[in-house]
Design a binder for this molecule. Sequence first.
Ligand code: PLP
Length: 395
Amino acid sequence: SIYLDNHATTRVDPRVVAAMLPYFSEQYGNAGSVGHAFGEAARNAVEQSRAAIAASIGAESEEIVFTSGATESNNLAIRGIAERAKRRGNHLVSVRTEHKAVLDPLARLSRRGYEVTLVDVESHGSPRAGWLDPQRVADALRDDTALVSVMLANNEIGVIQPLGEIAAICRQRGVALHCDATQGVGKIPVDVRELGVDLMSFTAHKMYGPKGVGALYMRRSRPAVRLEPQITGGGQQDGVRSGTLNVAGIVGLATALQCCVEELPTEMKRLTEMRNQLWVRLHTRIAGVELCGPGLDERAVGGGPLRLPGNLDVAFGDVDGEALLLAMGNLAVSSGAACSSTDPSPSHVLLSLGLTEDLARSTLRFGFGRFNVASEVEIAAETVAGAVERLRGLR
Ligand code: PLP
């Protein structure tokens, strides 16, 4: 079978597994234990990992808070800032195409009296579809805006948002900026100082690390970020996030990130090439396909890509994505038909771009990753083309 669902999660790299193993069986101490070697070994492993992770994203060690993943990091950032006693006001700004792990905490806050503004992105059909014009953020800011939250790279259409420009606008207005960088870290260059963000979420399982461990970057230099802890207890991590540290997971996160950073330039090229090849094959073989999200050759202001290297999202028009998914056989991809098993409506991201429900339901998301090889592109294209043809024949 062929795995092209690397936005959902990734296979754990064997180097990551090897680095983690000793922390299950030999160095199994609690990083909070003092007075014995087991605790000290665990603590050293955590602190070395923290330093390595911080260095990989241009941060300082004390700016990294470990969590159970990006969902928790987003909740800690958004609710933590909103609930902080001394904030500017009750207004929060984000984007319609954010992940549910941002939109849901915002929706809950709005039910508690906060005011949330969700800004629009460029529409389907535009070469920059899904892209957020920084001016829209500038226009949404108010004197009582407490936080802006904008993702770095979209998990469905791969669009990379102009965080640098958005950060400049926020800084000028004195508003804190959170970034859900879950799909960006490890896949494109990420430096918190260059991006200018105050808080940034990321997670290990999207970059060949284990599930259930992630981190939140929190700026400590001025203006230092202050937030209300969401999980309290033993006071670990300066009380910002209590709970016994997931030592093996943290070592896994650090190793995974280091591997990604080392291989980044070559991987970006390789994944872009495979992704482009798949698009060429799909749209030459199948009539009426549409690319969702920004054009594959579109560039950001600094010259970087406007789309994640391994991302492709395609609407097939007159077929149902769920039926298409079932017809994929051994090809693992995702559909825009239902973005989660609990929510039967089509992808809110695609609807926000202005796709009709039917068109949104006809999409497939392809995500190339480290363990994909070039020969899989042809097999994938053939599988999809065959399935679309069959399903269209049934109509
Ligand atoms: N944010 C984005 C953009 C994602 O793609 C995901 C993954 O589904 C998450 C947040 C949630 O991450 P986690 O599974 O680590 O909670």
